[in-house]
Ligand binder design. Structure first.
Ligand code: NDP
Length: 448
Protein backbone atom coordinates (compact mmCIF):
# COMPACT_ATOMS: atom_id res chain seq x y z
CA UNK A 1 0.00 0.00 0.00
CA UNK A 2 2.78 2.43 0.88
CA UNK A 3 3.90 2.31 -2.76
CA UNK A 4 0.88 4.38 -3.73
CA UNK A 5 0.12 8.01 -2.85
CA UNK A 6 -3.37 6.94 -1.69
CA UNK A 7 -5.34 3.79 -0.99
CA UNK A 8 -8.34 5.30 -2.80
CA UNK A 9 -8.53 8.07 -5.37
CA UNK A 10 -12.12 9.10 -6.09
CA UNK A 11 -12.97 11.12 -9.17
CA UNK A 12 -16.15 13.13 -8.58
CA UNK A 13 -17.54 14.37 -5.26
CA UNK A 14 -21.25 13.74 -5.86
CA UNK A 15 -23.57 11.58 -3.79
CA UNK A 16 -21.81 8.30 -4.58
CA UNK A 17 -18.27 9.69 -4.42
CA UNK A 18 -18.70 11.47 -1.11
CA UNK A 19 -20.27 8.45 0.58
CA UNK A 20 -17.65 6.05 -0.79
CA UNK A 21 -14.76 8.35 0.16
CA UNK A 22 -15.83 9.03 3.69
CA UNK A 23 -16.74 5.41 4.45
CA UNK A 24 -13.46 4.17 2.95
CA UNK A 25 -11.61 6.72 5.11
CA UNK A 26 -13.56 5.56 8.16
CA UNK A 27 -12.37 2.03 7.34
CA UNK A 28 -8.81 3.38 7.57
CA UNK A 29 -8.00 4.12 3.94
CA UNK A 30 -5.95 7.15 2.84
CA UNK A 31 -8.37 8.89 0.48
CA UNK A 32 -8.31 11.79 -1.96
CA UNK A 33 -11.24 13.01 -4.01
CA UNK A 34 -10.93 15.20 -7.09
CA UNK A 35 -13.81 17.51 -7.97
CA UNK A 36 -13.67 19.99 -10.82
CA UNK A 37 -16.80 21.93 -9.82
CA UNK A 38 -18.45 21.84 -6.39
CA UNK A 39 -18.65 19.15 -3.71
CA UNK A 40 -22.17 17.70 -3.56
CA UNK A 41 -22.75 16.71 -7.16
CA UNK A 42 -25.89 16.97 -9.24
CA UNK A 43 -28.33 16.18 -6.43
CA UNK A 44 -27.17 18.92 -4.09
CA UNK A 45 -25.90 21.56 -6.51
CA UNK A 46 -28.25 21.41 -9.50
CA UNK A 47 -30.76 18.63 -9.00
CA UNK A 48 -32.96 17.07 -6.34
CA UNK A 49 -32.39 19.59 -3.56
CA UNK A 50 -32.80 22.95 -5.32
CA UNK A 51 -35.58 21.42 -7.44
CA UNK A 52 -37.53 20.29 -4.38
CA UNK A 53 -37.20 23.77 -2.87
CA UNK A 54 -38.63 25.25 -6.08
CA UNK A 55 -41.48 22.72 -5.91
CA UNK A 56 -42.28 23.96 -2.40
CA UNK A 57 -42.05 27.57 -3.59
CA UNK A 58 -44.31 26.89 -6.54
CA UNK A 59 -46.97 25.11 -4.53
CA UNK A 60 -47.75 28.28 -2.58
CA UNK A 61 -49.54 29.52 -5.71
CA UNK A 62 -52.20 26.83 -5.25
CA UNK A 63 -52.18 27.04 -1.48
CA UNK A 64 -52.83 30.76 -1.62
CA UNK A 65 -55.74 30.21 -4.01
CA UNK A 66 -57.16 27.44 -1.85
CA UNK A 67 -56.73 29.41 1.36
CA UNK A 68 -59.73 31.57 0.48
CA UNK A 69 -62.13 28.69 1.03
CA UNK A 70 -60.51 28.23 4.43
CA UNK A 71 -61.34 31.80 5.38
CA UNK A 72 -58.08 33.51 4.58
CA UNK A 73 -57.66 36.68 2.59
CA UNK A 74 -54.08 37.15 1.55
CA UNK A 75 -53.90 40.58 -0.02
CA UNK A 76 -51.11 42.00 -2.16
CA UNK A 77 -49.50 38.61 -2.62
CA UNK A 78 -46.71 38.91 -5.12
CA UNK A 79 -44.17 36.36 -6.13
CA UNK A 80 -40.52 37.41 -6.23
CA UNK A 81 -38.53 34.89 -8.27
CA UNK A 82 -35.19 36.44 -7.43
CA UNK A 83 -35.88 36.15 -3.70
CA UNK A 84 -36.70 32.46 -4.03
CA UNK A 85 -33.82 31.79 -6.43
CA UNK A 86 -31.28 33.46 -4.18
CA UNK A 87 -32.56 31.73 -1.03
CA UNK A 88 -32.36 28.39 -2.81
CA UNK A 89 -28.84 29.09 -4.06
CA UNK A 90 -27.79 30.14 -0.56
CA UNK A 91 -29.11 26.84 0.78
CA UNK A 92 -27.13 25.03 -1.90
CA UNK A 93 -24.01 26.92 -0.72
CA UNK A 94 -24.70 25.85 2.86
CA UNK A 95 -25.06 22.20 1.87
CA UNK A 96 -21.96 22.40 -0.29
CA UNK A 97 -20.09 23.56 2.82
CA UNK A 98 -21.51 20.71 4.90
CA UNK A 99 -20.45 18.14 2.33
CA UNK A 100 -16.93 19.56 2.30
CA UNK A 101 -16.87 19.47 6.08
CA UNK A 102 -17.94 15.81 6.11
CA UNK A 103 -15.02 14.91 3.86
CA UNK A 104 -12.57 17.02 5.83
CA UNK A 105 -13.76 15.56 9.15
CA UNK A 106 -12.95 12.12 7.73
CA UNK A 107 -9.48 13.32 6.64
CA UNK A 108 -10.35 12.94 2.96
CA UNK A 109 -8.15 15.23 0.87
CA UNK A 110 -10.20 17.37 -1.52
CA UNK A 111 -8.41 18.21 -4.76
CA UNK A 112 -10.25 20.95 -6.64
CA UNK A 113 -9.27 19.95 -10.13
CA UNK A 114 -10.40 17.70 -12.92
CA UNK A 115 -8.70 14.32 -12.81
CA UNK A 116 -8.40 11.77 -15.58
CA UNK A 117 -7.37 8.15 -15.46
CA UNK A 118 -3.89 7.60 -16.87
CA UNK A 119 -3.35 3.99 -15.81
CA UNK A 120 -4.82 1.24 -13.66
CA UNK A 121 -3.32 2.90 -10.57
CA UNK A 122 -2.68 6.42 -11.79
CA UNK A 123 -4.64 9.63 -12.30
CA UNK A 124 -3.48 12.88 -13.86
CA UNK A 125 -4.75 16.19 -12.53
CA UNK A 126 -5.57 19.18 -14.73
CA UNK A 127 -2.30 20.88 -13.68
CA UNK A 128 -0.33 17.87 -14.90
CA UNK A 129 0.41 16.35 -11.49
CA UNK A 130 0.22 12.57 -11.39
CA UNK A 131 -1.09 10.70 -8.37
CA UNK A 132 -1.10 6.98 -7.72
CA UNK A 133 -3.67 4.92 -5.83
CA UNK A 134 -4.26 1.29 -5.05
CA UNK A 135 -7.89 1.73 -6.12
CA UNK A 136 -9.51 4.34 -8.35
CA UNK A 137 -13.24 5.04 -8.06
CA UNK A 138 -14.96 6.86 -10.91
CA UNK A 139 -18.17 8.62 -9.96
CA UNK A 140 -18.39 11.47 -12.40
CA UNK A 141 -22.18 11.32 -12.77
CA UNK A 142 -24.10 12.30 -15.85
CA UNK A 143 -24.90 15.43 -17.82
CA UNK A 144 -28.03 16.58 -19.66
CA UNK A 145 -28.46 15.24 -23.17
CA UNK A 146 -28.97 18.07 -25.65
CA UNK A 147 -30.46 17.23 -29.05
CA UNK A 148 -28.09 18.12 -31.89
CA UNK A 149 -30.38 20.45 -33.82
CA UNK A 150 -29.82 23.93 -35.27
CA UNK A 151 -29.95 26.55 -32.52
CA UNK A 152 -29.68 24.05 -29.67
CA UNK A 153 -27.24 26.45 -27.95
CA UNK A 154 -30.19 28.84 -27.44
CA UNK A 155 -31.80 26.37 -25.06
CA UNK A 156 -30.97 25.70 -21.42
CA UNK A 157 -30.84 22.54 -19.30
CA UNK A 158 -31.50 21.72 -15.67
CA UNK A 159 -27.96 23.05 -15.01
CA UNK A 160 -28.95 26.61 -15.87
CA UNK A 161 -32.59 26.64 -14.85
CA UNK A 162 -31.82 27.46 -11.22
CA UNK A 163 -29.99 30.65 -12.22
CA UNK A 164 -32.56 32.34 -14.49
CA UNK A 165 -32.88 36.12 -14.15
CA UNK A 166 -36.63 35.95 -14.48
CA UNK A 167 -39.48 33.49 -14.84
CA UNK A 168 -40.02 33.08 -18.59
CA UNK A 169 -43.46 34.17 -19.77
CA UNK A 170 -43.58 31.25 -22.20
CA UNK A 171 -41.42 28.17 -21.81
CA UNK A 172 -41.12 25.09 -24.00
CA UNK A 173 -39.84 21.97 -22.30
CA UNK A 174 -38.45 19.24 -24.51
CA UNK A 175 -38.91 15.75 -23.03
CA UNK A 176 -41.62 14.22 -20.89
CA UNK A 177 -39.70 12.44 -18.15
CA UNK A 178 -38.90 13.35 -14.57
CA UNK A 179 -37.27 16.73 -15.14
CA UNK A 180 -39.76 17.85 -17.79
CA UNK A 181 -42.83 17.14 -15.67
CA UNK A 182 -41.32 18.55 -12.50
CA UNK A 183 -40.35 21.85 -14.15
CA UNK A 184 -43.61 21.99 -16.12
CA UNK A 185 -45.39 22.02 -12.74
CA UNK A 186 -42.99 24.54 -11.22
CA UNK A 187 -43.15 27.09 -14.05
CA UNK A 188 -46.88 26.67 -14.49
CA UNK A 189 -47.42 27.55 -10.82
CA UNK A 190 -45.16 30.60 -11.27
CA UNK A 191 -47.42 31.79 -14.08
CA UNK A 192 -45.45 30.78 -17.19
CA UNK A 193 -47.28 29.45 -20.22
CA UNK A 194 -45.76 25.96 -20.34
CA UNK A 195 -45.70 23.65 -23.34
CA UNK A 196 -44.14 20.23 -23.01
CA UNK A 197 -43.17 18.42 -26.21
CA UNK A 198 -42.03 14.82 -26.54
CA UNK A 199 -40.80 12.63 -29.37
CA UNK A 200 -43.08 9.75 -28.34
CA UNK A 201 -46.81 9.72 -27.64
CA UNK A 202 -46.55 9.44 -23.88
CA UNK A 203 -45.08 10.96 -20.77
CA UNK A 204 -43.11 9.34 -17.97
CA UNK A 205 -42.39 6.05 -19.68
CA UNK A 206 -41.87 3.38 -17.03
CA UNK A 207 -44.51 4.68 -14.63
CA UNK A 208 -47.92 3.05 -14.23
CA UNK A 209 -50.23 4.00 -17.09
CA UNK A 210 -53.12 5.11 -14.88
CA UNK A 211 -50.85 7.50 -12.98
CA UNK A 212 -49.49 8.92 -16.21
CA UNK A 213 -52.99 9.41 -17.63
CA UNK A 214 -54.08 11.15 -14.45
CA UNK A 215 -51.07 13.47 -14.46
CA UNK A 216 -51.72 14.34 -18.09
CA UNK A 217 -55.36 15.08 -17.30
CA UNK A 218 -54.61 17.23 -14.23
CA UNK A 219 -51.68 19.03 -15.89
CA UNK A 220 -53.83 19.84 -18.93
CA UNK A 221 -56.57 21.11 -16.60
CA UNK A 222 -54.02 23.37 -14.92
CA UNK A 223 -53.11 24.87 -18.29
CA UNK A 224 -49.95 23.00 -19.29
CA UNK A 225 -49.87 22.30 -23.03
CA UNK A 226 -48.67 18.96 -24.42
CA UNK A 227 -47.49 18.09 -27.89
CA UNK A 228 -46.67 14.46 -28.60
CA UNK A 229 -44.91 12.78 -31.53
CA UNK A 230 -42.97 16.02 -31.82
CA UNK A 231 -39.31 15.59 -32.70
CA UNK A 232 -37.26 18.68 -32.03
CA UNK A 233 -36.16 20.33 -35.29
CA UNK A 234 -34.49 23.56 -34.22
CA UNK A 235 -34.57 26.92 -32.48
CA UNK A 236 -34.43 30.30 -34.22
CA UNK A 237 -33.88 33.57 -32.35
CA UNK A 238 -36.28 36.37 -33.36
CA UNK A 239 -35.27 40.03 -33.45
CA UNK A 240 -37.12 40.74 -30.21
CA UNK A 241 -35.11 38.02 -28.44
CA UNK A 242 -37.93 35.48 -28.37
CA UNK A 243 -37.38 31.98 -29.74
CA UNK A 244 -39.20 30.19 -32.53
CA UNK A 245 -39.12 26.43 -32.10
CA UNK A 246 -39.83 24.03 -34.93
CA UNK A 247 -40.74 20.39 -34.49
CA UNK A 248 -42.22 17.56 -36.51
CA UNK A 249 -46.01 17.12 -36.82
CA UNK A 250 -46.82 20.45 -35.15
CA UNK A 251 -46.75 24.17 -35.95
CA UNK A 252 -43.82 26.29 -34.83
CA UNK A 253 -44.08 27.73 -31.34
CA UNK A 254 -42.91 31.14 -30.11
CA UNK A 255 -41.49 31.06 -26.59
CA UNK A 256 -39.06 32.93 -24.35
CA UNK A 257 -37.13 29.94 -23.05
CA UNK A 258 -36.43 26.36 -24.15
CA UNK A 259 -35.51 23.79 -21.51
CA UNK A 260 -34.04 20.49 -22.66
CA UNK A 261 -35.00 17.59 -20.39
CA UNK A 262 -34.28 14.71 -22.71
CA UNK A 263 -32.40 12.34 -20.45
CA UNK A 264 -28.87 12.32 -19.06
CA UNK A 265 -25.65 10.87 -20.47
CA UNK A 266 -22.85 9.32 -18.40
CA UNK A 267 -19.81 11.60 -17.99
CA UNK A 268 -17.08 9.38 -19.37
CA UNK A 269 -15.75 11.43 -22.28
CA UNK A 270 -12.11 12.46 -22.05
CA UNK A 271 -11.54 10.61 -18.80
CA UNK A 272 -8.95 8.28 -20.27
CA UNK A 273 -11.01 5.25 -19.34
CA UNK A 274 -10.85 3.37 -22.62
CA UNK A 275 -7.08 3.82 -22.86
CA UNK A 276 -6.80 2.39 -19.37
CA UNK A 277 -8.82 -0.64 -20.51
CA UNK A 278 -12.15 0.21 -18.86
CA UNK A 279 -15.04 -1.16 -20.88
CA UNK A 280 -17.88 1.22 -21.73
CA UNK A 281 -21.43 0.51 -22.91
CA UNK A 282 -23.35 1.93 -25.85
CA UNK A 283 -24.32 5.18 -24.09
CA UNK A 284 -20.78 5.63 -22.76
CA UNK A 285 -21.70 4.20 -19.36
CA UNK A 286 -19.04 2.32 -17.39
CA UNK A 287 -19.74 -1.39 -17.27
CA UNK A 288 -19.38 -2.82 -13.78
CA UNK A 289 -20.00 -6.09 -11.94
CA UNK A 290 -22.20 -6.51 -8.88
CA UNK A 291 -19.42 -5.07 -6.70
CA UNK A 292 -19.14 -1.99 -8.98
CA UNK A 293 -15.79 -3.23 -10.31
CA UNK A 294 -14.97 -2.32 -13.93
CA UNK A 295 -13.14 -4.48 -16.46
CA UNK A 296 -9.90 -3.19 -14.85
CA UNK A 297 -9.32 -4.87 -11.49
CA UNK A 298 -8.22 -1.72 -9.63
CA UNK A 299 -10.86 0.64 -11.07
CA UNK A 300 -14.42 0.83 -9.76
CA UNK A 301 -17.39 3.06 -10.63
CA UNK A 302 -20.65 3.97 -8.87
CA UNK A 303 -23.64 6.23 -9.50
CA UNK A 304 -25.09 7.73 -12.67
CA UNK A 305 -21.88 7.16 -14.64
CA UNK A 306 -22.73 3.45 -14.56
CA UNK A 307 -26.33 4.13 -15.68
CA UNK A 308 -27.89 1.44 -13.50
CA UNK A 309 -30.65 3.39 -11.76
CA UNK A 310 -30.07 7.15 -11.97
CA UNK A 311 -31.22 8.03 -8.45
CA UNK A 312 -29.28 9.64 -5.60
CA UNK A 313 -30.15 7.08 -2.91
CA UNK A 314 -29.02 4.31 -5.26
CA UNK A 315 -25.66 6.04 -5.88
CA UNK A 316 -25.22 6.44 -2.13
CA UNK A 317 -25.87 2.74 -1.58
CA UNK A 318 -23.45 1.82 -4.34
CA UNK A 319 -20.79 4.06 -2.78
CA UNK A 320 -21.35 2.53 0.65
CA UNK A 321 -21.30 -1.03 -0.72
CA UNK A 322 -18.09 -0.32 -2.64
CA UNK A 323 -16.31 1.08 0.45
CA UNK A 324 -17.48 -1.79 2.68
CA UNK A 325 -16.43 -4.36 0.08
CA UNK A 326 -13.02 -2.96 -0.82
CA UNK A 327 -11.92 -1.31 2.43
CA UNK A 328 -14.22 -2.76 5.10
CA UNK A 329 -13.54 -6.42 4.42
CA UNK A 330 -17.30 -6.96 4.04
CA UNK A 331 -18.34 -7.87 0.47
CA UNK A 332 -21.65 -6.09 -0.11
CA UNK A 333 -23.91 -5.84 -3.15
CA UNK A 334 -26.82 -3.47 -3.75
CA UNK A 335 -30.30 -4.92 -3.99
CA UNK A 336 -31.99 -3.20 -6.91
CA UNK A 337 -35.40 -4.78 -6.39
CA UNK A 338 -38.34 -2.66 -5.26
CA UNK A 339 -36.57 0.69 -5.49
CA UNK A 340 -39.26 3.29 -4.83
CA UNK A 341 -39.22 6.54 -6.78
CA UNK A 342 -41.21 9.73 -7.16
CA UNK A 343 -41.82 12.51 -9.63
CA UNK A 344 -42.32 15.86 -7.91
CA UNK A 345 -44.91 17.07 -10.36
CA UNK A 346 -48.06 18.97 -9.31
CA UNK A 347 -49.46 16.70 -7.88
CA UNK A 348 -46.59 14.26 -7.37
CA UNK A 349 -46.46 10.64 -8.48
CA UNK A 350 -44.79 7.86 -6.51
CA UNK A 351 -44.34 4.19 -7.23
CA UNK A 352 -42.69 1.01 -6.05
CA UNK A 353 -42.50 -2.44 -7.63
CA UNK A 354 -44.19 -3.48 -10.84
CA UNK A 355 -46.62 -1.34 -12.78
CA UNK A 356 -49.92 -2.98 -13.66
CA UNK A 357 -48.70 -3.51 -17.23
CA UNK A 358 -45.45 -5.13 -16.12
CA UNK A 359 -47.24 -7.33 -13.60
CA UNK A 360 -49.71 -8.59 -16.19
CA UNK A 361 -46.88 -9.33 -18.63
CA UNK A 362 -44.69 -11.08 -16.09
CA UNK A 363 -47.17 -12.71 -13.75
CA UNK A 364 -50.34 -13.11 -15.80
CA UNK A 365 -53.55 -12.73 -13.83
CA UNK A 366 -52.95 -10.20 -11.08
CA UNK A 367 -55.51 -8.60 -8.82
CA UNK A 368 -55.63 -4.82 -8.90
CA UNK A 369 -57.19 -2.69 -6.18
CA UNK A 370 -57.76 0.96 -6.84
CA UNK A 371 -58.96 4.01 -4.98
CA UNK A 372 -59.95 7.10 -6.95
CA UNK A 373 -60.81 9.86 -4.51
CA UNK A 374 -60.87 13.60 -4.00
CA UNK A 375 -58.77 14.59 -0.98
CA UNK A 376 -60.95 16.40 1.59
CA UNK A 377 -58.75 19.50 1.40
CA UNK A 378 -59.42 19.70 -2.32
CA UNK A 379 -63.16 19.26 -1.75
CA UNK A 380 -63.38 22.24 0.61
CA UNK A 381 -61.10 24.32 -1.60
CA UNK A 382 -63.29 23.55 -4.60
CA UNK A 383 -60.27 22.12 -6.37
CA UNK A 384 -61.41 19.53 -8.84
CA UNK A 385 -58.34 17.35 -8.57
CA UNK A 386 -58.69 13.66 -7.83
CA UNK A 387 -56.08 11.33 -6.39
CA UNK A 388 -55.47 7.78 -7.52
CA UNK A 389 -53.93 4.91 -5.54
CA UNK A 390 -53.35 1.46 -6.97
CA UNK A 391 -52.23 -1.77 -5.33
CA UNK A 392 -51.21 -4.74 -7.50
CA UNK A 393 -51.36 -8.21 -5.96
CA UNK A 394 -50.08 -11.59 -7.08
CA UNK A 395 -51.21 -15.14 -6.32
CA UNK A 396 -53.67 -16.71 -3.92
CA UNK A 397 -52.16 -14.95 -0.94
CA UNK A 398 -52.31 -11.60 -2.75
CA UNK A 399 -48.70 -10.64 -2.17
CA UNK A 400 -48.31 -6.98 -3.06
CA UNK A 401 -45.97 -6.53 -6.04
CA UNK A 402 -46.60 -2.87 -6.77
CA UNK A 403 -48.08 0.29 -5.31
CA UNK A 404 -48.62 3.46 -7.34
CA UNK A 405 -50.03 6.81 -6.33
CA UNK A 406 -50.70 10.24 -7.71
CA UNK A 407 -51.77 12.48 -4.90
CA UNK A 408 -50.58 15.27 -2.62
CA UNK A 409 -47.81 13.91 -0.39
CA UNK A 410 -47.60 10.66 -2.39
CA UNK A 411 -43.77 10.50 -2.12
CA UNK A 412 -43.95 10.92 1.66
CA UNK A 413 -46.54 8.18 1.97
CA UNK A 414 -44.77 5.90 -0.49
CA UNK A 415 -41.56 5.75 1.52
CA UNK A 416 -43.38 3.84 4.27
CA UNK A 417 -45.55 1.80 1.89
CA UNK A 418 -42.41 0.69 0.04
CA UNK A 419 -41.16 -1.04 3.18
CA UNK A 420 -44.25 -3.23 3.12
CA UNK A 421 -43.75 -4.14 -0.53
CA UNK A 422 -40.05 -4.81 0.00
CA UNK A 423 -40.93 -7.02 2.96
CA UNK A 424 -43.31 -9.06 0.77
CA UNK A 425 -46.47 -8.22 2.71
CA UNK A 426 -49.90 -9.18 1.45
CA UNK A 427 -53.14 -7.33 0.90
CA UNK A 428 -54.46 -9.05 4.05
CA UNK A 429 -51.64 -7.42 6.06
CA UNK A 430 -52.74 -4.02 4.78
CA UNK A 431 -56.39 -4.83 5.52
CA UNK A 432 -55.47 -5.88 9.07
CA UNK A 433 -53.92 -2.46 9.72
CA UNK A 434 -56.24 0.12 11.28
CA UNK A 435 -56.60 3.35 9.34
CA UNK A 436 -55.44 6.75 10.57
CA UNK A 437 -58.45 8.95 10.01
CA UNK A 438 -58.81 11.37 8.36
CA UNK A 439 -55.80 11.05 6.07
CA UNK A 440 -55.25 10.38 2.41
CA UNK A 441 -52.89 7.53 3.28
CA UNK A 442 -55.70 5.59 4.95
CA UNK A 443 -56.93 4.68 1.47
CA UNK A 444 -54.03 2.20 1.40
CA UNK A 445 -55.66 0.03 4.07
CA UNK A 446 -59.27 0.58 3.02
CA UNK A 447 -59.28 -0.72 -0.55
CA UNK A 448 -61.78 -3.50 -1.15
P1 NDP B 1 -36.03 10.81 -18.38
O1 NDP B 1 -35.33 9.61 -18.79
O2 NDP B 1 -36.92 10.77 -17.19
O3 NDP B 1 -36.91 11.34 -19.60
C1 NDP B 1 -36.32 11.66 -20.83
C2 NDP B 1 -37.37 12.21 -21.77
O4 NDP B 1 -36.72 12.69 -22.91
C3 NDP B 1 -38.37 11.18 -22.22
O5 NDP B 1 -39.60 11.81 -22.40
C4 NDP B 1 -37.79 10.69 -23.54
O6 NDP B 1 -38.76 10.33 -24.48
C5 NDP B 1 -37.11 11.93 -24.05
N1 NDP B 1 -35.88 11.63 -24.79
C6 NDP B 1 -34.92 10.75 -24.46
N2 NDP B 1 -33.94 10.76 -25.38
C7 NDP B 1 -34.28 11.68 -26.30
C8 NDP B 1 -33.70 12.13 -27.50
N3 NDP B 1 -32.54 11.61 -27.95
N4 NDP B 1 -34.34 13.07 -28.23
C9 NDP B 1 -35.52 13.57 -27.79
N5 NDP B 1 -36.13 13.17 -26.68
C10 NDP B 1 -35.52 12.24 -25.93
O7 NDP B 1 -34.89 11.94 -18.25
P2 NDP B 1 -34.79 13.30 -17.47
O8 NDP B 1 -33.85 14.11 -18.26
O9 NDP B 1 -36.14 13.86 -17.14
O10 NDP B 1 -34.11 12.88 -16.11
C11 NDP B 1 -32.88 12.15 -16.13
C12 NDP B 1 -32.82 11.17 -15.00
O11 NDP B 1 -32.59 11.86 -13.78
C13 NDP B 1 -34.10 10.39 -14.78
O12 NDP B 1 -34.14 9.23 -15.54
C14 NDP B 1 -34.05 10.09 -13.31
O13 NDP B 1 -33.39 8.87 -13.13
C15 NDP B 1 -33.25 11.23 -12.72
N6 NDP B 1 -34.16 12.19 -12.06
C16 NDP B 1 -34.87 11.77 -10.98
C17 NDP B 1 -35.73 12.63 -10.33
C18 NDP B 1 -36.52 12.15 -9.16
O14 NDP B 1 -36.16 11.13 -8.60
N7 NDP B 1 -37.60 12.82 -8.79
C19 NDP B 1 -35.89 14.01 -10.77
C20 NDP B 1 -35.11 14.34 -11.93
C21 NDP B 1 -34.28 13.45 -12.53
P3 NDP B 1 -39.53 8.89 -24.50
O15 NDP B 1 -40.92 9.17 -24.03
O16 NDP B 1 -39.49 8.49 -25.92
O17 NDP B 1 -38.77 8.00 -23.62
Amino acid sequence: MADYDYDLFTIGAGSGGVRASRVAAAHGARVAVAEEYRVGGTCVIRGCVPKKLLVYGAHFAEDLQDSRAFGWTAENCVFDWKALRDNVLAEVDRLNGLYRQTLENHKVEIIEQRATVSGPHEVTLADGTRKTAKVILVCTGARPHIPSCPGHELGITSNEVFHLDEVPKRILISGAGYIANEFAGIFNEFGSKVTLINRSDQLLRGYDESMRDRLLQISTMKGIGFRFNAEFRGIHKNEDGSLRVSMTNHDDLEVDCVLFATGRLPNTEGLGLEDAGVELGAKGEIKVDKYSRTSVESIYAVGDVTDRIQLTPVAIREGQAFADTVFGNKPTTVDYSCVPSAVFSHPPIAGVGMTEGEARNKLGAVKVYQSDFRPMKNVLAGRNERSLYKIICDGEDERIVGIHMISPDAPEIMQAAAIAVKAGLTKADFDATVAIHPTMAEELVLMR
